[in-house]
Design a protein. Structure first.
Lengths: 638, 515
């Protein structure tokens, strides 16, 4: 083997060098191009802002350009009260153009611009209205799309958003809404009655679109009619109070944009979300030709301010939603300034505040109960388990005793580090449906023992375990989901509490995916779970009515109570809110008396928010990022 | 050699089929079932029975109510590139449109005779009008099918109620879930259309059963009509056929279809297409580092056996090997990435949030501010995940190298070579190392499936949207299509890698031959 540098080697090296040099050149060329593109992008954003400003001024100019004669003001007022669209004889409720619940401009340090980054624990699977199903997608949807109405953050009353007026049939069979003539989608097109009709009948109602979940919640909707360009009417099969939620609570989609896509493209889309909200997705295709432009999971969700927004625009320029799946990673991201808001867990919340005295100087540590707070509970099997024998819990006295045997104050202190309040019933404590005078059952083992004895359970043979008359020992199985330290500790606490009272408890940890099966088959004695919430009131029928003990119903404990049934039927047909709230309070009292669940804890919302953002208010409806502003806006840090 | 290769490749087909069947069975038989991901919470639904009807429709839509073997057969038929039966069409957006499905059979026809069958005939339009017509018909067919499936469920519920009133001996046959199984009530005194005495207290429920049956029959007729119309329009081919048609509506060839992941409602292939490059990128950086560090260290350790290098490297690598990745990841985030401590690296993700506006190369702008650019930013983000992937991999490989080197050092031919005065460098490199490669090959081919699998722990800690996160989520949600596609891919690659190993054996070691 001789190594000699020949002509061939020379050319090989030459070729290699040429390739390397051209790669390098193409890389620098790409860098140059990107700089050019970036400058164009900045200019475009500037132009869009100026354009929106001009439009605003033109609109104002027209308004003020009209000779301001004595009759001008009444004429404008008359235009507002023109009820030609309304059904005669039924009261019209009017709404002002939506405005922030707390005006940010009055808050010290107010500035326009800046980016707010919320850190999610998991990736939203997709951002397509009505097809997405996770909580993360909903948080984005709330910023991008608007419905005819929305809950007032302070009062929790349904108020007009896209609608500037509506009529509700006193008999509850129809609702007519008038859309604010100023309302525009983020591409500048007007929001019309046809968009509303199309959303309900041709988007949600299209069986080729996989919006089955939304479709089934609207089975009471008979039809949606276009009355005129700005007026739409909903007709319903039955008079239920949820009709207003169906009509006012669903985002209105732009027909002209969504109808460009085939149903399969919408089904498989990941970022097809467009509406009339204060923010819009940064990446949005204009049609099927550039459908690849849409957001895909794995990247940050970036919302930019909708410069075309038809009411007051938000101060922030961008909202970013990024994902950090590790709990510590989320906290570090917040501290490093890579995120502006995280959702700490209960232990983390207290731990950070305990260990770092300076934490609250840089961050708000928010903890409050709002309408979106759910509750956790232990459900008792009131009917036959899996169609076989009855459990001891068919007796309400036993269920009351079980609740009294659990020291829930201590549970919250020991298991959740003191975060949370004792739950007294299914109604959210912030909601008017919950009676503030009703207090949860107190921890009282003696009273519990007496109740158990009354129901026939006492220690008859002195072995420390309760027996009934037939000599059967009081024993039951406690089912809980595996994979969480909290649920393990809860299970131990429950077992200890009941064992002390002479009740034999076996614990059955099962995988969460099996829960559905167990609930469906009603195959458990006691099971622990939680219910979520996202509105001030919800229809209790699905969980508490005896009809819901059938398959498909969520009354998996098979609790049947004639009083509750009657109250549920009465309440859901009661269209007057104040009357209905009284009915719900009665229902709450019945449930509290019967204790089909032992209500354990209402989990408050926990948030850490960067103090560089102002106007962060804890509302009864949650948070309103539309109102936040960044006090000082430094240049991007990279 | 060629025959050997062909035999091995052919043998792979049944092996892959066997693997997928096993996985399919495990997923299908797992408690909780695959339907759990589809389960629907009632929420604001006004009527409980509507939820059950909707669930019935979902099961029908995804074919979950068929026997497991049938479902597996359907999966194979979709994945197999050779398709039999009516050719699917390809819409302009690239979607495959299959021929409208037959309706599920009407239950209890022995007691409630089915309506007369009928043949719909009409001439579909042509051109663009046909496309429009077909879309409308398709939508109608699906909508009416949904109504029909729901009405079957409502009928079964009504029947179950009736049976409950009739009492034993039939109630024993009721499924605790409700929704009676009609095959269980063949001896129920319903009569084949003849008036049968129904006990007075069951008259109300019997009337409801009849009403539900009438409604079901009506829904069936409507759905059947819509289905036939859609089928006729389909046969007129509004869109071109998908793939290559060999014999019209008998055999065609098309790319494998891995279906739609129902946990995310996206095509499985799309999900893999976005996750795979991420995992491959990390592994393509990590594996060379492992090999470049571990193999030379192993060689060195075997040459200086018992020396400082041997003991130190063995100690260090084993120490690293014993640190769990979870712990290392948390330390990395808590100290290396935390601005309170070192803050050298980013916490999560693959790119900075400003990546869209980044230049590719580092760049100093006119005001002499340095921007790191996309390339360096990516390297910077990858540093911690790659570190976590790499550190535990040194020990096994370097020990393996060292052991097989030592084996060969003690072999006769090395002693001979040494005796005849071959330079030590040549002995180590061209004799010992070359002969020590065989065990390394076995380990090397294991890389390929690992590259597709991704690392669950590292991906989770550093929020990297790779294959590991995808698969673990699919398993948690019992997303069968996604699990199957993954298994299929990884098992195919594993088998190919094993074949590659065998070929490499033959190349490295002249003693190995496949004849």
């Amino acid at each position: 083997m001789q190594s000699r540098f020949g002509v061939k080697d020379f050319f090989t090296i030459l070729l290699l060098l040429a390739v390397l040099i051209s790669v390098w050149l193409s890389m620098t060329q790409r860098t140059r191009m990107e700089l050019a593109i970036e400058s164009i992008r900045v200019k475009l954003g500037e132009m869009e802002r100026q354009d929106a400003l001009l439009q605003r001024q033109i609109e104002k100019g027209f308004a003020s350009g009209v000779p301001v004669a004595a009759g001008a003001a009444p004429a404008a007022a008359a235009a507002q009260t023109d009820d030609a669209w309304a059904r005669p004889g039924v009261a019209v409720t009017r709404w002002a153009t939506p405005a922030p619940a707390t005006d940010p401009t009055g808050v010290p340090g107010f500035a326009i611009g800046g980016e707010f980054t919320e850190i999610f624990e998991a990736q939203p699977a997709k951002l397509v209205p009505y097809i997405q199903s996770d909580v993360y997608g909903t948080r984005v949807l709330d910023r991008v799309c608007e419905s005819l109405g929305s809950f007032n953050p302070k009062t929790l009353k349904m108020e007009g958003a896209l609608a500037d007026a509506w009529q509700i049939d006193p008999d509850g069979l129809w609702i007519r809404a008038h859309i604010n003539p100023r309302a525009r989608f983020s591409d500048g097109a007007r929001v019309t009655a046809e968009d509303v009709r199309w959303t309900y009948l041709d988007f949600i109602g299209n069986p080729l679109i996989e919006a089955e979940r939304s479709r089934s919640t609207q089975d009471n909707l008979k039809t949606v009619k276009v009355i005129d360009e700005q007026t739409v009417e909903f007709e319903f099969k039955e008079p239920f109070f949820t009709n207003t939620l169906i009509a006012f609570g669903n985002p209105v989609l732009p027909k002209h944009w969504y109808s460009k896509f085939e149903p399969s493209q919408i089904n498989q889309g990941t970022g097809l979300m467009m509406g009339s909200g204060q923010f819009k997705l940064q990446q949005l295709p204009s049609g099927p030709d550039n459908i690849d432009v849409q957001w895909t999971p794995g990247t940050d969700v970036v919302l930019v301010r909708n410069e075309q927004y038809w009411a007051e625009k938000p101060p922030l320029e961008r909202l970013r939603f990024k994902v950090v799946s590790d709990e510590l990673g989320r906290l570090v991201s917040l501290r490093n300034g890579e995120g502006s808001m995280i959702l700490p867990s209960s232990p983390q919340f207290n731990k950070v505040l305990r260990e770092d005295a300076d934490f609250e100087k840089a961050f708000y540590a928010l903890k409050w109960v709002n309408m979106r707070c759910g509750y956790s509970f232990i459900a008792w099997q009131c009917g036959p388990r899996a169609g076989k024998g009855l459990t001891p819990f068919h007796d309400a006295r036993v269920r009351r005793a079980m609740t009294m045997l659990l020291d829930r104050e201590r549970m919250i202190r020991d298991i959740w580090d003191g975060i949370g309040i004792v739950s007294k019933g299914p109604m959210n404590p912030e909601s008017p449906a919950s009676d503030p005078a009703l207090k949860p059952l107190t921890f009282n083992p003696d009273r519990a023992k007496a109740l158990l004895a009354e129901a026939g359970w006492k220690d008859r043979n002195g072995d420390g375990i309760l027996e009934n008359e037939a000599g059967d020992k009081f024993t039951f199985e406690y089912t809980y989901a595996t994979g969480g330290e909290i649920s393990e500790r809860l299970a131990r606490f429950v077992k200890d509490s009941f064992t002390n009272a002479g009740i034999l408890v076996t614990t059955r940890p099962v995988d969460w995916s099996r829960y559905q099966d167990l609930l469906k088959l009603r195959d458990f004695d006691a099971i622990t779970m939680g219910w979520g919430n996202n509105a001030p009131e919800s229809d209790p029928r699905q969980i508490w009515h005896s009809e819901s003990t059938r398959e498909g119903g969520d009354n998996f404990i098979q609790w049947r109570n004639a009083d509750a049934d009657a109250l549920i039927e009465q309440g859901r047909r009661s269209m007057v809110e104040s009357d209905r709230m009284l009915v719900w309070r009665q229902l709450e009292a019945v449930i509290a008396e019967e204790q089909p669940y032992t209500f354990v804890r209402v989990a408050p919302w926990l948030r850490f928010v960067d103090r560089r953002f102002g106007n962060v208010n804890m509302y009864r409806s949650g948070l309103q990022p539309e109102e936040f502003f960044r006090t000082s806006v430094p240049a991007p840090a990279y | 050699m060629a025959t050997y290769l062909i035999r091995r490749l052919l043998l792979m087909i049944p092996t892959v089929l066997g693997i997928t069947l096993m996985v399919f069975l495990i997923v299908a038989l797992a408690p909780g079932g695959i339907g759990a991901g589809l389960a629907v919470q009632g929420g604001q639904v006004s009527d409980t029975s509507k939820v059950a009807q909707m669930q019935a429709y979902m099961e029908d839509r995804y074919g979950l109510n068929d026997p497991v073997v049938v479902q597996y057969g359907r999966w194979i038929a979709r994945v197999c590139p050779v398709r039999f039966g009516t050719t699917s069409l390809e819409s302009p957006s690239g979607d495959r449109i299959a021929v409208p499905r037959e309706l599920p059979e009407l239950p209890m026809q022995w007691a409630f005779p089915a309506p007369a069958t009928f043949e719909v005939t009409f001439t579909p339009q042509s051109g663009d009008a046909l496309i429009e017509e077909f879309r409308t018909l398709q939508r109608d067919a699906e909508g009416r099918r949904r109504t029909y499936v729901g009405s079957v469920r409502a009928f079964k519920d009504a029947l179950a109620d009736h049976v409950r009133v009739l009492g034993d001996p039939w109630t024993a046959r009721l499924d605790p879930k409700g929704g009676a199984d009609p095959t269980n009530f063949r001896d129920l005194p319903l009569g084949g259309g003849q008036p049968t005495p129904v006990p007075a207290d069951a008259a109300a429920t019997w009337a409801k059963v009849n009403a539900a049956a009438a409604q079901m029959h009506q829904a069936w007729s409507l759905a059947e009509e819509a289905r036939q119309r859609a089928t006729i329009a389909f046969a007129a081919r509004p869109f071109p056929p998908a793939g290559v048609e060999v014999i019209r509506d008998v055999v065609s060839i098309d790319s494998p279809d891995f279906g739609v992941a129902f946990s995310r409602n996206r095509p499985v292939w799309d999900l893999i297409k976005t996750a795979l490059p991420v995992t491959m990128l990390i592994n393509l950086i990590a594996f060379p580092i492992i090999y470049l560090v571990a193999v030379p260290t192993g060689v060195l350790a075997s040459i200086r056996r018992g020396g400082v290098a041997d003991i130190a490297s063995g100690f260090l690598f084993l120490l690293l090997y014993s640190v769990p990745v979870v712990l290392a990841g948390v330390f990395a985030i808590g100290f290396l990435a935390n601005n309170q401590y070192l803050g050298w690296f980013p916490v999560s993700g693959l790119h900075d949030s400003a990546q869209a506006t980044m230049t590719f190369l580092p760049y100093t702008d006119p005001s002499s501010v340095w921007h790191r650019g996309w390339l360096l930013d990516t390297v910077w983000h990858l540093a911690l995940p790659v570190l976590c992937l790499v550190y535990g991999g040194f020990a096994v490989l370097s020990k393996q190298t060292r052991a097989s080197m030592l084996d060969n050092f003690n072999a006769d031919y090395v002693r001979t070579a040494r005796a005849k005065g071959v330079p030590r460098k040549d002995i180590v490199i061209s004799h010992v190392l070359r002969n020590s490669l065989l065990p390394l090959i076995t380990m090397f081919v294991g890389i390929f499936p690992a590259m597709l699998g991704g690392s669950v722990v590292v991906e989770r800690i550093f929020t990297i949207p790779g294959m590991g996160s995808l698969v673990i989520e699919a398993i948690n949600l019992r997303d069968r299509e996604l699990i199957l596609a993954n298994t299929f891919m990884i098992s195919s690659v594993s088998l190919l890698a094993l074949l590659l190993a065998d070929i490499l054996y033959a190349l490295c070691d002249p003693r190995v031959a496949y004849e």
